[in-house]
Design a protein around this ligand. Structure first.
Ligand code: IMP
Length: 444
């Protein structure tokens, strides 16, 4: 099994960090392939609780190389801070590699992200204001500056001068804002370049060699399928593809190497930022899910919108990703509810539909059609075998599995690494990989 992609199947925040942390022990390389520090991957393992934004969630294993792939955008200040935070807590970051092709988030990107959002007023997209959209815009517009460029100061200075002339014209003439100083940015980014130089490498050869040796590679997604620029709720989307197709391009390996695509779905839905969400609950049930699930953004602290599991959106995610297995996370968040619901279809202008409309005005008019299930009202945190789950929870998962049209391999029943039911092993442990002791859950 050479490469496995772990993909967010909803609107992000599905718990990919936990799943990658769990599986990374069994692979030799983990690659983050899209997005930037808009992601917030929470990992709770024997070393503590960590919130990662750009460093792959495999960083906690001494045998795992972690690559920040060419498909990401990197804010060097955030990355260096994350490296320092991890090192300060005893996590070895010496196996971190940054693709020299990854684009940089520059000060004008974060500035413009905020200015553009402010200008949209009530039509704001609700971006994370981390400069993600403007950085990917520049990548496509051929105005980007890449991590590798920092290693050649002369070229970097020249490139920055050209790009900044253009950016300053936009800042001053469109937004009536102050221009940025090329010298300050140059000095600051040269310092970042010196600090990051040991990590910056050409990465396609590293992956190719590992794959030729038969090693397993895990491709770590960020955000989720419903935020994809093509298939998400455009324009309420992110700016790089979080899909399995994006994993191949963003990591820098051919699609035929990806033999498994693991979907990560939450047992319910959440979304942060603007845009339609047909199953959103604006009532006490939604609030109780938010409180029980601590549904507040890891990156921005914003309250997440919560709702029932959306089987229509889920089926679209399966179609466009070709999921081969699924992990269902946060089942325990529903433990307290007397009844739970699954959205199986929509009603659009009085007509039942089973597809996810591409137009957001159609989607905004969709009414979810639900099937209702009895709740289990039992704490599932300590359950480790699928057959030990309450019958009501198994009934719910069985129908959910039918809806997503993909077998469930993992059910997560708590934040900690060990609070996991592995129905079928997604990746077999390969011999020769070191096992980190897990004092809390020795059998893990
Ligand atoms: P951007 O990616 O910061 O441009 O934000 C675009 C949209 O994607 C906004 O609705 C964000 O809230 C959402 N978004 C970006 N990253 C994440 C994430 O990691 N989890 C959930 N939503 C995200």
């Amino acid at each position: 099994m050479p490469a496995i992609a772990v993909i967010g199947a909803q609107w992000g925040d599905e718990g990919k960090g936990k799943i990658v942390d769990l599986l990374a022990e069994r692979v030799s390389i983990v690659v983050r392939f899209s997005g930037g520090d808009n992601a917030g991957h929470t990992v709770v393992n024997p070393q503590g609780e960590f919130k990662l934004h750009i460093i792959p969630s495999g960083i906690f294993y001494p045998h795992t190389t972690c690559i920040i792939g060419n498909g990401t955008v990197v804010n060097p200040a955030i990355l260096l801070d994350e490296i320092e935070q991890l090192s300060g807590r005893g996590v070895d970051t010496s196996r971190l590699i940054i693709s020299d092709r990854a684009h940089l988030i520059m000060p004008y990107h974060t500035l413009l992200d905020g200015l553009e959002e402010d200008k949209r007023g009530s039509g704001a997209l609700g971006t994370t204001r981390r400069g993600i959209g403007p950085a990917f815009t520049d990548k496509a517009a051929r105005l980007g500056i890449r991590t590798g460029d920092l290693l050649d100061k002369k070229t970097f200075r020249e490139r920055l001068r050209t790009v900044l002339e253009y950016k300053n014209a936009i800042l001053t003439k469109v937004y009536d804002s102050q221009p940025l100083s090329p010298d300050e940015i140059y000095q600051q980014y040269c310092r970042y370049g010196e600090q990051l130089a040991p990590y910056v490498r050409e990465t396609t050869t590293i992956l190719d060699e590992a794959l030729r040796r038969g090693e397993q590679v895990l491709l770590e997604g960020a955000q989720g399928a419903m935020l994809d620029p093509d298939f998400g709720t455009y324009p309420y989307i992110t700016s790089s593809s979080p899909l399995a197709g994006g994993a191949s391009v963003g990591a820098g390996l051919g699609p035929t190497h990806i033999t498994h695509v693991l979907a990560v779905f939450k047992a319910y839905c959440s979304r942060v930022g603007g845009g339609p969400m047909p199953t959103e609950l604006k009532d006490d049930t939604g609030e109780s899910i938010r409180q029980k699930g601590h549904e507040y953004g890891t990156t921005t602290g914003r309250a997440r919108r919560c709702g029932w599991f959306d089987g229509v959106a889920a089926r679209l995610a399966t179609r466009i990703n070709g999921f081969t297995k699924a992990a269902i996370t946060r089942l325990d968040v529903l433990d307290h509810l007397p009844k739970v619901k699954l959205c199986v279809a929509y009603s659009l202008d009085g007509k039942e539909i089973d597809y996810f409309p591409s137009s957001i005005s159609d989607l905004a008019r969709c009414q979810p059609l639900y099937e209702e299930f009895p709740g289990w009202q039992t704490c599932t945190n300590d359950i480790r075998k699928i057959e030990q789950l309450p019958a009501e929870a198994r009934q719910y998962l069985k129908r959910l599995e039918e809806l997503i049209n993909c077998p469930i391999s993992i059910v997560s029943v708590g934040q900690k690494r060990g609070q996991t039911i592995e129905v079928k092993p997604v990746i077999k442990r390969s011999s020769g990989t070191a096992n980190l002791p897990d004092p809390e859950h020795p059998s893990h």
